[in-house]
Design a binder for this molecule. Structure first.
Ligand SMILES: [Zn+2]
Ligand SMILES: [Zn+2]
Length: 132
């Protein structure tokens, strides 16, 4: 395992919490999730620090419109991820957006726009909520 992939105990605890949750969590929700405090995480700043590193390592993504975080559902990657977000249950699923990212960047550049980042967050209703 190379250095980049190695996680500190705090990062591991935060990542495990996000993986256990079926919904995106805010930093405060992480702090109050089950027994995370047993792992020594007691302050929001500790959570934020761990989240920053996990995002850098491509293990966690931030969902801007929810101001919350999710564990990546696949192999670690630093390319931006897109999400579908269920408006009823707040469940989210990750989308692969590499192709549309290129397309959007090119289109924005053509308009003379300097691109800093791209967010793709699709609001709607998940398949479970459509049934009920
Ligand atoms: Zn991902
Ligand atoms: Zn739903």
């Amino acid at each position: 395992m190379n250095k980049q992939m190695k996680l500190t105990p705090n990062q591991t605890a935060v990542l495990e919490t996000l993986s256990k949750s079926d919904k995106p969590l805010s930093a405060y929700e992480i702090l109050n999730f089950e027994n995370i405090r047993d792992s020594g995480i007691k302050a929001p700043l500790t959570v934020y620090r761990a989240l920053d590193k996990l995002i850098d390592k491509g293990r966690v993504h931030r969902i801007e419109s929810l101001n919350a975080f999710v564990a990546c559902d696949g192999k670690p990657h630093i390319e931006p991820a897109g999400f579908v977000i269920c408006e009823s249950c707040k469940n989210t699923l990750e989308l692969r957006i590499r192709d549309c990212e290129d397309h959007l960047t090119k289109d924005a550049l053509k308009k003379g726009f300097q691109v800093k980042g791209i967010r793709v967050e699709v609001a709607g209703t998940c398949s479970d909520c459509q049934k009920s």
